[in-house]
Design a protein around this ligand. Structure first.
Ligand code: FES
Length: 87
């Protein structure tokens, strides 16, 4: 499944909320009790795929129901990188 197809499965406004950086701390993965902040930290530390995130912190490694949200966090990180002006 492509990233935009997974992101389309999220409730309206979730991607924009993540992108804004103003979201409250959310438990994204309930199987392993991993927050959006912890997943963001793994992405900033080099995780580039949902499998990378699962390997580093366990999020998404069990039932997989949190994986669309992990994909959204990965995508917003990529969008943020590309939105920053070149140095
Ligand atoms: S909620 Fe994340 S693996 Fe189940």
């Amino acid at each position: 499944m492509l990233i935009h197809e997974r992101m389309a499965q999220l409730p309206p406004g979730v991607t924009e909320l993540f992108a804004s950086g103003r979201s409250p701390v959310l438990i994204v993965c309930h199987c392993h009790v991993v927050s959006d902040r912890a997943i963001r930290a793994e992405v900033e530390g080099g995780a580039a795929t949902p499998d990378d995130v699962a390997e580093r912190c366990g999020a998404g490694a069990r039932c997989g129901s949190c994986r669309p949200t992990i994909v959204a966090l990965l995508a917003t990180s990529v969008l943020r990188e590309h939105a920053q002006p070149a140095a």
